[in-house]
Design a protein around this ligand. Structure first.
Ligand SMILES: [Mg+2]
Length: 172
């Protein structure tokens, strides 16, 4: 069961994931989390860097869909200026939103990566749904939505992964 929490990869920032790298992996689509993955949970709009990242993906014909457990207001205000398709109230780690999104992107599962900062929602859901998963370090420590319980569980799994040498970055 614990292996379902394991991302296939981990990187520091979403910006470290480049179209060239994705191409190499045969990836044509990205399903990404929003809060603390693209920007801090309390930042309303995309930063310059994130805008450029979306542009670069588009220029390289890599489809990007944002899927978030946050509400319609938050997710649409962020995503619309980027002209990125989005799913709000996704209820990750349930697989339904992931599967629906893959269908809408008209791509096979093996052509999509799932990116996010949380093991209990993004990675677990992405793994359950059968995608390649990439964990990023949360942009900020706090999170408006995450419960203390989630954090505690996540911390334990991350510590365990550290001990096993499965992750190399120091996020604390
Ligand atoms: Mg998040």
């Amino acid at each position: 069961m614990l292996t379902k929490f394991l991302p296939n990869e981990h990187v520091k920032r979403v910006l470290d994931i480049t179209p060239a790298k994705l191409r190499e992996m045969g990836i044509k689509g990205v399903i990404t989390d929003l809060d603390n993955t693209l920007v801090a949970w309390d930042v309303k709009d995309a930063t310059e860097e994130v805008i450029d990242w979306f542009k670069e993906m588009k220029e390289n014909e890599i489809k990007v869909t944002i899927i978030s457990n946050n509400d319609k207001e938050r997710v649409s205000v962020f995503s619309e200026p980027l002209e990125a398709p989005f799913v709000y109230s996704a209820r990750k780690p349930l697989v339904r939103a992931f599967n629906r999104t893959a269908k809408q992107m008209d791509l096979k599962k093996e052509e999509i990566v799932v990116i996010g900062d949380q093991l209990l929602t993004d990675v677990l859901g992405g793994n359950f749904a059968g995608f390649h998963t990439i964990l990023v370090v949360p942009i900020v420590e706090t999170d408006g939505k995450i419960t203390r319980f989630n954090r505690m569980i996540e911390r334990r799994i991350l510590n365990w992964m550290h001990k096993k040498g499965m992750i190399s970055w120091e996020d604390k």
